[in-house]
Design a protein around this ligand. Structure first.
Ligand code: SAH
Length: 360
């Protein structure tokens, strides 16, 4: 048992079983043993590789989208270009380089901001952006961003925000909790909290005993904190993640360690712990602030934004090996059996602001 598992066990012994959301929050953000606070998650030597770490083309196309959203909003300056949950800072670096090429005025007059919850990752982002073409500021939450039109992106942020789970029991849906077994090992149990039936997806009635439903009020709240300033002052948001467009039944809580699935309860804080994103859920949160939501698969979005054309232009400057590398990056980002279909993208914009990359 690692140190965090010991502490979670003691917490459960003294105050009772904890929710999946509390467990996730401790695993990911415990100040001394949490995953994002202490570990190096990214890349070949880490636990997983994200789209901006796969290829610079991802950030370049996101920059083109942000630029289009900014123009469709009437070129507001000053304004803020922000990223929430920036990891190593690679995406913002690619975005800033591309925006500087698209319109120099943007890097001269806009403010650039990163919203990051982990002090350790903030330090890495400071290094990544040391030579950035404009000054960058850091924030722990969206609330302290400057009161300006806000153009914001997030990649693999929402999957890291804790969810709650409910399990179908003979007596109804009950909250799934983390408790201890007789050997003081962590295990899942059904608690006493029940679930308001109006929150269940439509296929819940037919689900068998043991079926799991996931709710993510914290994700809705984070989305609301982003949508509110956009609704008030203008701007746009673009969010990529793995997940589903229609809500449904199913357990998607997963632990990822060294690029392989791991046991969710085995070594808390040592593996990345996530759950798939319910895109309809976070879209509804933005819509409740009066914004319009567009969704697409990552593959369709990137191809629609010109991924193949960008790959052709980038590859033209390389030798055969370089062109092969660009080809394999395209495949990873947009291939149906890679990130293209599992990953989705959500855009949120004020009514009347037309943005590229979405067919509906
Ligand atoms: N976007 C990056 C990193 C994804 S990992 C990439 O694509 O490579 C998730 C990131 O979100 C980490 O930087 C983590 O510390 C951050 N994070 C998680 N919850 C957050 C929150 N509530 N507010 C801000 N950042 C958060």
């Amino acid at each position: 048992m690692n140190a965090l598992a010991q502490r979670i066990a003691t917490l459960i012994e003294t105050s009772g079983a904890i929710s999946v959301a509390e467990y996730m929050a401790m695993c990911l953000f415990d100040p001394t043993d949490g995953y994002y606070t202490t570990r190096e998650p990214f890349g070949v030597k880490g636990d997983f590789t994200t789209a901006p770490e796969v290829s610079q083309m991802f950030g370049e196309l996101v920059a083109v989208w942000l630029f289009a959203a900014w123009r469709a909003s009437g070129n507001p300056l000053p304004c803020t270009f922000a990223e929430i949950g920036p990891g190593r800072g690679t995406l913002m670096k690619d975005i800033m380089r591309s925006l500087a090429r698209l319109d120099k005025r943007i890097v001269d007059e806009a403010s650039f901001a990163l919203v990051e919850a982990s002090p350790r990752l903030t330090r890495i982002q400071v290094e990544t952006l040391a030579d950035a073409p404009a000054v960058v500021s850091w924030h722990e939450t969206v609330e302290t961003l400057p009161p300006l039109p806000l153009f914001i992106v997030g990649n693999e942020l929402f999957d890291a925000i804790p969810i709650r789970q409910f399990v179908k029991m003979p007596e109804g849906w009950r909250e799934r909790l983390v408790a201890l077994d007789d050997d003081r090992k962590l295990r899942f149990v059904a608690g006493l909290n029940s679930l308001d039936p109006s929150l269940l997806p439509s296929d819940a009635a037919a689900a068998p005993e043991g079926a799991i439903v996931e709710l993510a009020p914290a994700r809705g709240a984070t989305m609301a904190s982003i949508a509110a300033p956009i609704a008030q002052r203008g701007g746009a948001g673009l969010f990529f993640d793995y997940g589903y467009l229609e809500p449904g039944i199913g357990d998607t809580l997963q632990a990822m360690r060294r690029h392989a699935y791991a046991d969710v309860l085995a070594e808390p804080g040592e593996a990345d712990l996530t759950a798939h994103v319910d895109f309809a859920g976070i879209a509804a949160s933005a819509q409740s602030h009066g914004l319009v939501a567009h969704t697409a698969t990552q593959g369709d979005f990137l191809l629609g934004m010109g991924l193949l054309e960008r790959a052709g232009a980038l590859g033209a400057g390389f030798d055969d090996a370089g062109r092969e590398r660009v080809r394999s990056e395209v495949e990873r980002l947009a291939g149906e059996d890679q990130m293209g279909r599992l990953f989705k993208v959500l855009a949120i914009v004020p009514r009347g602001v037309a943005v590229p990359g979405f067919s509906s």
